[in-house]
Design a binder for this molecule. Structure first.
Ligand SMILES: NC(=O)c1ccc[n+]([C@@H]2O[C@H](COP(=O)([O-])OP(=O)(O)OC[C@H]3O[C@@H](n4cnc5c(N)ncnc54)[C@H](O)[C@@H]3O)[C@@H](O)[C@H]2O)c1
Length: 367
């Protein structure tokens, strides 16, 4: 198969759809890979790195789309890319169709085969192509939180690990899912005292089993949240209710009870946030302050660490890319129920129920 790796053109996106290691796997199997010049630079890969493993470098994005049977990328295509996508072409990337009707309509019109990373689902009903980004965001939450606890950026002036004779900082983690567990692990590693809240007892039992004794678990309810926000320096929001907006666990009135300089890293901001005062921010301007509480609400946290994020993402996408390249999309999807779930729009037809549930019947479209 002929596979194309375009350079991401969405604002501030430095990840790339495939690493040289992935290209090598494909070229070894006899596939042709076209990489747009400069596509890997943001993630630390030069054109030379791709050439060495058998890729061909093309100058323009139009050439990459024009030459390829399958496009492998990271972010959803943006307006400039809509017209480049061809009839019958496989596009394997994050789409998040439900958040954009124009994108949905454009992909219906393109007659392409759109396979969305975010809806590939394994037997345990987890989303294997989303998990690595939650892992990155969870770990980063502590790195960012520690930074914004510093006084010059209006934090409390607390060192999470403490020092001999001075107690460590206190970290409250809301949600013991992928984000929460990774955040708790990083905070515990720094020596902070960590409290993890969840409504799922299985998750709390797991945290209790695997974490050191300075990570404690408690059931998540308003009473406990009101109690703990007063005494914790850094709060990480990692709550998710699948298919719904995040619940507002910290309301505006609660901010007044927190110590000035407390930092909230609301990772769940991409689903509306679990703090009433959260609103999405960017890496250029990541924080804002309300009632002396520092809010870090970057909706695309993994974008700041493209080297790690690209490797983490391509580790999990590559097996699917290889299967699609070997078998073509029909056979690959019919033999793999996880990949089948990734099919969203095929030859102009929406085949993923939730897209129609979001937009209602799109003219001329059936499931
Ligand atoms: N900002 C970013 O860059 C970024 C990156 C990756 C993920 N995310 C977001 O982070 C959020 C968490 O993702 P995840 O992969 O960890 O999800 P997950 O499903 O693994 O975990 C969510 C956890 O929240 C718990 N929960 C639900 N209601 C709760 C409540 N009332 N109190 C406490 N816990 C509750 C669930 O039981 C579950 O354990 C998602 O919204 C995801 O989209 C954001």
């Amino acid at each position: 198969m002929i596979i194309g790796i375009p350079k991401e053109i969405k604002n501030n996106e430095s990840r790339v759809g495939m690493t040289p290691a992935g290209v090598l796997e494909l070229t070894h199997k006899g596939h042709e890979v076209f990489v747009q010049s400069g596509a890997g630079v943001g993630s630390g890969f030069t054109d030379e790195d791709y050439l060495k493993v058998g890729a061909q470098i093309l100058d323009t994005i139009a050439e990459v789309y024009g030459m390829s049977e399958m496009i492998v990328k990271v972010k959803e295509p943006i307006r400039e890319e809509y017209k480049l996508i061809k009839k019958g072409q496989i596009v394997f990337t994050y789409f998040h169709f439900a958040s954009s009707e124009p994108l949905t309509r454009a992909m219906i019109e393109s007659q392409a085969v759109c396979i969305a990373y975010e809806t590939v689902e394994d037997e345990e009903r987890t989303l294997p192509l989303l998990t690595p980004m939650s892992e990155v965001a969870g770990r980063m939450a502590i790195q960012q939180g520690a930074k914004y606890l510093e006084k010059p950026v209006k934090g409390r002036g607390v060192l999470l690990g403490g020092v001999p004779g001075v107690p460590p900082g206190r970290v409250l983690v809301l949600g013991a899912g992928t984000v929460g567990i990774q955040a708790a692990k990083m905070a515990a590693g720094l020596g902070a005292h960590v409290t993890v809240l969840d409504v799922n007892m299985k998750r709390l039992r797991y945290v209790n089993d695997v974490m050191p004794p300075h990570v404690v678990t408690e059931f998540s309810n308003e009473y406990n949240i009101r109690k703990h926000i007063k005494s914790h320096d850094l709060i990480v929001g990692g709550v998710l209710i699948k298919g719904a907006k995040a619940p507002k666990l910290i309301t505006r009135d609660m901010l007044k009870s927190m110590t000035p300089g407390t930092v909230i890293v609301d990772v769940a901001v991409d689903q509306g946030g679990c703090v009433e005062t959260s609103k999405p921010t960017t890496h250029e301007d990541p924080v804002f302050i309300i009632d002396d509480v520092v809010h870090y609400c970057v909706a695309n946290m993994p974008g700041a660490v493209p080297y790690t994020s690209t490797l983490a993402l391509t580790n999990v996408t590559l097996p699917y890319v290889l299967s699609l390249a070997e078998k073509g999309w029909e056979k690959a999807c019919s033999e793999d129920a996880s990949l089948q779930k990734g099919l969203n729009i095929v030859h102009g037809e929406v085949v993923y129920e939730e897209i129609l549930e979001t937009f209602g019947p799109l003219e001329g479209v059936t499931v």
